[in-house]
Design a protein around this ligand. Structure first.
Ligand code: WT7
Length: 639
């Protein structure tokens, strides 16, 4: 079945050779909201605050802001200061009693092909009921509510219900283990956890409730658990702690007031990996986030209001927050949620769904494109994909071969590919084409209007065209993170103190002579495995928590489908002997500490690891040796 393989090595060389410009089609240009991209960029650059203030007026506020931007407490920036709003008012309430009310808000397809849908009115009702249910369990403004759910409508309903009453949601990806869930519940001092009895994947039933029960053994401050019933299997429920979603929610009133909150009131915490073993709780707030997310979605995807839109991400990642739930609902369009996987039951599942629901905009990740490309173009050919008019990409650089396949076989040469570069921390697209931007395959093109991006050396000097460097953002933007939960020092150190005066993204990039940005990957030890962000340090600390392991060094290696995969170099304690069963046990251990996505595909047992004189493992040296590259500067190496 597998037809092709993709050579990913030398990606940068291939990118540098890409000279062809893909000009927008006449139809794309005709539809484009922004026809003159350079002029728009220039105007926004001249006065970004004016640009964002104008963007804010597209949404509804309970009370206007007194000041657009405040930098008194650098780097704790504030936006739309003094304003009162609620993102749920814009995502749902304001559509009531308008023609949008009757439109489909959420279309959902399950792993098994079951279907559910909600109009805007029905979703509004469901959210009100859930919000009342949360209130009944004692949830108040500012309290944290976590979810551990697959991609099902209740995931979106819970997020919206929290936001509606000013509670803060913390969505935990359902692929994480019970331990990883517990770490996040503890950091956020979460009051209520929402999960389901089971999940579904490739036709198999996955036990979710037991994972949560295990996590709660370490988290006694989580007072209540709400359980969505996904099937009729018996579930063990703890008295006075566990409630079935439907028992709690169905009897509630369908009226619930949306709480006006301060622009700077936290909307959610979302954990993301960094260079240490503990994930960072990234904070986003109502006001600036809704403005940035709405404007970027409307412009980059040319939203007119009648689209059926499908983002294949999971609500557990920022993409799911910003561009499955909040942006499409604020825009009043139909957002599709899919519980399953791309190649089950057959490799045409994605294309089948596009045809079935007449999807207009498909937003997905290079790893998915590469995986489906291997099955061959006969699979998309079985389906009518003519409803598509725009394609999106996110998560990692899209290699030109995958870009061209996507462009030709899915977009039939007519759809622009909007390659959006951004991060959990940025909340919204930062570098992205607009539909009228001439494209180069593999480049995310230019900064979004109002965003000032640069490539610099370690001292902050701009790099000349063609020369690589650190990707930084030189100004502020409304949907920027407001901090790391309970750790202001880490916020300053990670993002603002690496290079003076600018936001440090952690990515490497270069700009070509036409000003196009090319993202080359991370400068730090953060891996992107099938678009999932995992830190080397996190996997290492999971490994050393096993009694057999003294030390571990983890690096990323190029992978044809997943972009990257993890390899671990492990030093064993003397009394342990290398064996297949020990390898299996260590993999199992990482799986239970972090979850399946973090399990290294390769383990190598070594006597020693390259270290600096101060004892830090030099992963760079491990990587260079593994890939047969030059070692570079090794003057700090101890041995
Ligand atoms: C990191 C952020 C943003 C939602 C998904 C990931 C990489 C993201 C692109 C792109 C090249 C990309 C970067 C970034 N990345 N989009 N279009 N081209 N690289 O969010 O988990 O916060 O990861 O993903 O390395 O720093 P995240």
């Amino acid at each position: 079945m597998i037809k092709k393989t993709i050579s990913q090595t030398g990606l940068t060389d291939v990118l540098l050779k890409e000279k062809q410009l893909y000009k927008p089609s006449a139809k794309t240009l005709k539809m484009a909201k922004i026809k003159n991209v350079p002029a728009t960029l220039k105007a926004a650059q001249k006065d970004p605050l004016k640009f964002w203030e104008e963007a804010a007026t597209e949404l509804e506020w309970f009370a206007p802001w007194k000041k657009v931007f405040e930098d008194r407490h650098k780097p704790f920036y504030e936006w739309f200061v003094g304003g009162k709003c609620n993102i749920v008012h814009n995502a749902l309430d304001r559509h009531m009693d308008t023609p949008v009310e009757k439109k489909t808000a959420i279309l959902w397809e399950s792993d098994a092909g079951k279907h559910r849908q909600f109009t805007y009115r029905q979703l509004h009702t469901a959210v009100n009921k859930m919000a009342n249910g949360l209130k009944m369990l004692g949830v108040k403004k500012g309290d944290r509510v976590a979810t551990y759910l697959q991609n099902i409508p209740e995931a979106a309903i819970t997020m919206l219900a929290c936001a509606k009453i000013g509670a803060i949601h913390s969505v935990v990806y359902a692929g994480f283990s019970g331990n990883a869930l517990a770490t996040r519940l503890k950091d956020g001092r979460v009051k209520v956890l929402v999960t389901s009895n089971v999940g579904h994947r490739r036709g198999k039933v996955i036990d979710m409730k037991t994972v949560c029960d295990d996590a709660l053994k370490q988290c006694h401050f989580v007072k209540k658990m709400i359980v969505v019933r996904q099937n009729d299997d018996l579930v063990k429920m703890k008295r006075n702690r566990d409630f079935f979603y439907h028992d709690l929610v169905d009897p509630q009133s369908d009226i619930c007031k949306t709480v006006p909150v301060d622009s700077e009131h936290p909307l959610f915490i979302l954990y993301t990996s960094g260079t240490t073993g503990t994930p960072k709780g990234i904070i986003h707030v109502h006001g600036g986030y809704m403005v940035g997310v709405n404007r970027s979605f409307q412009w980059a995807f040319d939203i007119r209001g009648d689209e059926t839109y499908w983002c294949t991400a999971d609500p557990g990642w920022i993409t799911g927050h910003s561009y499955i739930v909040y942006a499409p609902l604020m825009a009043g369009i139909t957002t599709l949620m899919f519980e399953g996987v791309p190649d089950y039951p057959r490799p045409d599942r994605i294309w089948k769904i596009v045809e079935k629901y007449k999807v207009n905009i498909l937003y997905t990740a290079p790893t998915l494109i590469r995986a489906l490309m291997r099955y061959g173009e006969q699979w998309p050919k079985k389906h009518d994909l003519s409803s598509l008019h725009l394609l999106g990409s996110v998560g990692e650089p899209i290699n030109p071969e995958a870009w061209r396949w996507y462009h030709k076989n899915i977009g039939h040469g007519k759809c622009p590919i909007i390659d959006t570069w951004w991060q959990t921390e940025t909340g919204m697209f930062m570098i992205t084409p607009l539909p009228a931007t001439p494209l180069k395959s593999g480049s995310a093109t230019f900064p979004f209007p109002g965003i000032e991006v640069d490539v610099v050396d370690s001292k902050g000097n701009s790099a000349p065209a063609g020369k690589g460097g650190f990707l930084v953002i030189k100004n502020q933007w409304p949907s920027m993170l407001r901090g790391v939960y309970k750790d202001p020092a880490r916020y300053k150190k990670t993002y603002w103190n690496k290079i003076k005066g600018v936001y440090f993204t952690g990515d490497l990039a270069h700009r070509d002579k036409d000003g196009y940005f090319w993202i080359q990957g991370r400068s730090d030890d953060v891996l992107s495995i099938a678009g999932h962000r995992i830190g080397s340090a996190e996997i290492e600390s999971a490994l050393v928590s096993h009694p057999a392991v003294v030390e571990a060094g983890v690096i990323g290696k190029p992978d044809e489908i997943k972009g990257e995969r993890a390899k671990a170099f492990v030093i064993l304690k003397k009394k342990y002997k290398l064996s297949e069963s020990l390898i299996a046990e260590l993999k199992k251990h990482v799986r239970s500490e972090l979850g399946p996505i973090a399990v290294p595909s390769e383990l190598e047992f070594v006597e020693k690891l390259p270290k600096t004189r101060s004892g830090k493992i030099m992963r760079r040296v491990l990587k260079a040796q593994e890939l047969g590259e030059k070692l570079g500067d090794v003057s700090t190496l101890a041995d």
